[in-house]
Design a protein around this ligand. Structure first.
Ligand code: SF4
Length: 273
């Protein structure tokens, strides 16, 4: 090949260099900056550049990376499913006979919460209502049906997430739980979160925001990332509020889209109506 013209040799080397780049995983910027794919795709090795092309103009710099999720689900250890199942059973038994606050006097059934034991998303509301009290299941009344729609709009089924409340017994007349009732019951929720190790917690409404995170001001806090220990927490409106104020659904969907971005899920198109 020594008799080939220098230009052909340079072109051969350039073609070899490009093939090497592709085989080593060079990808468009939007691939490598995706929060989950960034974690999954190892960094490309430094590419070999033949001397003949080192002087070639450098390609344009990649687009600035989109802000990545601080800690995508893939980076969090999954909950120990067997341990979570046993722990949750024990917790449910303890809740069923709990008399730590006055709510035990008026409850029909305790409502510990239910769902996937290694969830990407944990939804936390304030407390059971009449339907929940009768069935022993969280979010099964009218607000629960709306929550189901919200979960499905996010691309999940209810049994793929976990749903719980700050208090596990129904406050009479559907009043808000009192601070001392939330304080008495919070250890159960904290234990559930430790067992479930969710990727993200969605905090539903002002009472859950206060009960779980100790914060006031759902109006100004919704849509902003907070944290419960090291778990990202997104406050948004409670489905009961959305039933009374349908115009707030749009903001809620924006909050839920943030959650989907955080866990690296695609954002489904939502049908109007
Ligand atoms: Fe116990 Fe919680 Fe029920 Fe109060 S609300 S009785 S702390 S389970």
């Amino acid at each position: 090949m020594g008799d080939r013209p220098p230009l052909n040799r340079i072109l051969d080397q350039l073609a070899g260099y490009l093939e090497f780049e592709i085989s080593e995983g060079a990808r468009p910027a939007e691939f490598t900056t995706h929060p989950l794919k960034t974690a999954a795709v190892p960094a490309a090795k430094p590419a070999f550049v033949p001397a003949a092309v080192r002087a070639a103009p450098t390609p344009p710099a990649p687009e600035p990376a989109a802000p990545p999720a601080a800690e995508p689900r893939a980076a969090r250890p999954a909950a120990d499913a067997a341990g979570a199942k046993a722990g949750m059973k024990k917790l449910e038994t303890a809740v069923a006979s709990c008399t730590k606050c006055a709510l035990h006097r008026t409850r029909t059934k305790t409502v510990p919460g239910q769902g996937c034991l290694a969830p990407e998303i944990l939804f936390v509301g304030e407390g059971p209502g009449a339907e929940e009290d009768a069935q022993g299941l969280a979010f099964v009344g009218a607000a629960g049906q709306l929550l189901t729609k919200m979960i499905q709009a996010m691309g999940f089924q209810r049994d793929e997430v976990f749903i719980a409340n700050v208090v596990k017994c129904r406050p009479p007349e559907n009043r808000q739980p009192l601070p001392e009732e939330m304080e008495a019951c919070l250890p159960y929720l904290r234990e559930q979160i430790a067992l479930l190790n969710p990727g993200v917690i969605v905090v539903l409404g002002a009472v859950a925001l206060k009960g779980l995170l100790g914060l006031d001001g759902i109006m100004r806090r919704r849509g902003q990332w907070h944290a419960y220990e090291d778990i990202p927490a997104m406050p948004t409106f409670h489905p009961s509020y959305l039933l009374r104020t349908p115009s707030a659904k749009k903001d809620t969907w924006e909050d839920l889209k943030e959650v989907l971005r955080r866990v690296g899920r695609p954002i489904p198109a939502v049908k109007k109506g």
